[in-house]
Design a protein around this ligand. Sequence first.
Ligand SMILES: Nc1ncnc2c1ncn2[C@@H]1O[C@H](COP(=O)(O)OP(=O)(O)OP(=O)(O)O)[C@@H](O)[C@H]1O
Ligand SMILES: Nc1ncnc2c1ncn2[C@@H]1O[C@H](COP(=O)(O)OP(=O)(O)OP(=O)(O)O)[C@@H](O)[C@H]1O
Ligand SMILES: [Mg+2]
Ligand SMILES: [Mg+2]
Lengths: 254, 254
Amino acid sequence: MTTTVAIANQKGGVAKTTTVASVGAALAESGSRVLLVDLDPQACLTFSLGIDPEDLELSVHHVLTKGLDSAEVIVETDDGVDLLPATIELARAEADLLTRTGREFVLRSALDDLAGYDWILLDCPPSLGVLTVAALTAADAVIIPLQCETLSHRGVGQLLDTVHDVRRFTNKGLQVWGVLPTMYDGRTTHARAVLDDIAQTYELDVVQPPIPKTIRFAEAPAVGRSILATSRRHRGAEAYRGVAGWLTERAAHV
Amino acid sequence: MTTTVAIANQKGGVAKTTTVASVGAALAESGSRVLLVDLDPQACLTFSLGIDPEDLELSVHHVLTKGLDSAEVIVETDDGVDLLPATIELARAEADLLTRTGREFVLRSALDDLAGYDWILLDCPPSLGVLTVAALTAADAVIIPLQCETLSHRGVGQLLDTVHDVRRFTNKGLQVWGVLPTMYDGRTTHARAVLDDIAQTYELDVVQPPIPKTIRFAEAPAVGRSILATSRRHRGAEAYRGVAGWLTERAAHV
Ligand SMILES: Nc1ncnc2c1ncn2[C@@H]1O[C@H](COP(=O)(O)OP(=O)(O)OP(=O)(O)O)[C@@H](O)[C@H]1O
Ligand SMILES: Nc1ncnc2c1ncn2[C@@H]1O[C@H](COP(=O)(O)OP(=O)(O)OP(=O)(O)O)[C@@H](O)[C@H]1O
Ligand SMILES: [Mg+2]
Ligand SMILES: [Mg+2]
């Protein structure tokens, strides 16, 4: 049985991509079969896993807009996860799909054809457009990575409005599993205040443990591997292993 | 004479909004007449300056898509700058404008009708879509805020490709003034290596001084003021005053 999780937050730079790569690697490390899907035209996830998008002829763009089989596009990575990669052509997907009836379902149909994965994680771009809505429509659950700062707080309400619409119109079963505190500096009162405020205001669970802020995460993409490979015993990697465990337990209650 | 500067970088969370708010406030503090334009549907700049986008009936969206006069929409702020605010309706602007001939010029025409500003700063969303292209078409110059980390490095080439297209087709005079290192931790070799690599690879000037990483920036939007008001003598505010000075000197050579 496959669990599909969208990692979404329209605010930029809150560690969506880092979360998908690190949690994916942690799940694979503990034996799960994992597929990661890069839905950002900037292809940061693809690049982070050691694949140069400019070397790719086929990407998720062709799956979504040309009806290509996902299996023909999926690649293996050194981090033990499979990847449905992105390229800059995906920037046209929003325009290409804009007038197509049922555009929200293009990703869901593509993933429905796949078998054999325990987990599919979807890396969303920093917007609430067609690609994010397609991800929410394809997912069983959504996790919201949250940089616990004021400007991040604003976006949560808008994201939940979008989730609400998706549940009404295109994916009744979509569950919000909670917010994941990322780049978390628990020593500052600001971060703790923002986290508490968000959890209470929107009645959201908080995924555990929070991911600590550490330069090690910025260094990992430079060698095209997740932090579990580059700093395997470091507290940043350990925290994402913890999150993988939290998700596994949460999935058991679905 | 008005100098219009686009603050652009499609990577999320690299301090575009923080740069526009802080540099704008610094220029106003030293006597300039400043207009800030919020081009992000998430309206973070608008919110950062103490204005709740949900209270606004009119925004830059109506200026761009309904031909409304900017002067009817511009508001004053407590930070001494004027603001052309955004609301979530701006999310429709990309779709609304997509098929309109000359859509790249909608912002330029709107700003051409304004007189009396020394500086107009344009806060771009984290994408290379219609709104960012409109900003680059309207601007005399572009500044690229740069979080000196690997994933930020990737985007610079793509952004410069877009700038190249704009210079060919819609704005011959657009100048790239350089990269501004933001959230800079000069103690790490990673940050310095990424900065040097980008400056050399793309032959870009580096705006001075770099902006240091400090939690004070995250706290300012909570009270709806720029850091020059909330931490006026702090090194973060001083750094942005320095950048305002750098820009003033740079504008004199245009
Ligand atoms: N826990 C952390 N500590 C320090 N740096 C981090 C951490 N997590 C991620 N980063 C770094 O922060 C930057 C932003 O992270 P990332 O690209 O994953 O965010 P994102 O939400 O996917 O951004 P975008 O909105 O552009 O897609 C990257 O340079 C990344 O390496
Ligand atoms: N020098 C700094 N030190 C620490 N935090 C900072 C600094 N500059 C900005 N920040 C914080 O980092 C976060 C991202 O900044 P900001 O929203 O300005 O980036 P952005 O590029 O406009 O993001 P987006 O791509 O979502 O528009 C905000 O919470 C902001 O308050
Ligand atoms: Mg990302
Ligand atoms: Mg912004």
